[in-house]
Design a protein around this ligand. Sequence first.
Ligand code: MN
Length: 339
Amino acid sequence: MRRIAIEEAFVTQAIADQWKVILDAGAVGEPGFRKMGETILADSPGTRRIHERLIDLGEGRLEDMDATGVDMHVISLTSPGVQVFDGELAAELARDANDHLADAVRAQPSRFAGLAAVAPQLPEVAAQELQRAITQLGLCGVIINSHTKGEYLDAPRFRPILEAAESLRAPIYLHPRTPAPSMIEPYLDYGLYFAGWGFAVETSLHAMRLIMSGVFDRFPELRIILGHMGEGLPFWLDRIDNRYLLQVKIGAVDEMKRLPSEYFRSNFVITTAGMTYAAPLSLSLEMLGSEKILFAADYPYEDMAEAVEFMNTVDVSDEVRRRIYHENAEALFGIPAAA
Ligand code: MN
């Protein structure tokens, strides 16, 4: 069975270098990124090993994929990407990363596909870069690492990005990062800002802002991808609906055309990235159906072998397994079915 993993990370040396520059200069107005930088950018055997794998868009990555039976990586710029830089620098580094990723995809078209990076700081520039990445570079979607300097994509100024993503049929992978400065404070203790909890809170909030702001009435064909089994949202959908209905009744929110869960079901898909447990998968299958769940490993942060072992053996029909492993990804990204 073909295996396509769709939340697989890379970085360019230029971007990793610039993260260090702004952290060393104390020029990051984001406590979350500062805190994360202390560990992930520190020099240790573990971080060096991850960095080597992030940089590798060639033999090393292919060997890891072969060793675990993963046929294809849909590769994207690792979090927080260029979203921590000032606009001009961010746009330049995103363009450069897209060129680099596109070269790797062209060299290995049956093994790699790629999502574009953009600098949301400059929405018009980001929309143009997305257009270039899809129509000229052959990339198949876009990654947004949640908030950009504390702002979320429902803000009117980001409209050009959503417009471009919809018209180019480029799904947006809404990927986690540390919570925005406005809510980071209580997450700074006990490691709560990190991937075990803060990332999911940040990203599910972002998704809920898109839903509750009516973005999908304006952009009904926009597709959003959430990792980590939907960042918890499949678990909450029914309660979100019934409290929304109450809140409409008491005048706490404006009524939308559809229920929150209806937007979630029509405009979102989710991935198994970093989730190798049967219960959340089974709940997600029940809430969303097997057409809405895609395989991902979150390389090189998570163990690809464990992700494959889980998906090979979890108790679902082979029809469902095929959808999750490759058919849904082929349909979403326009990846040709394997010969
Ligand atoms: Mn990831």
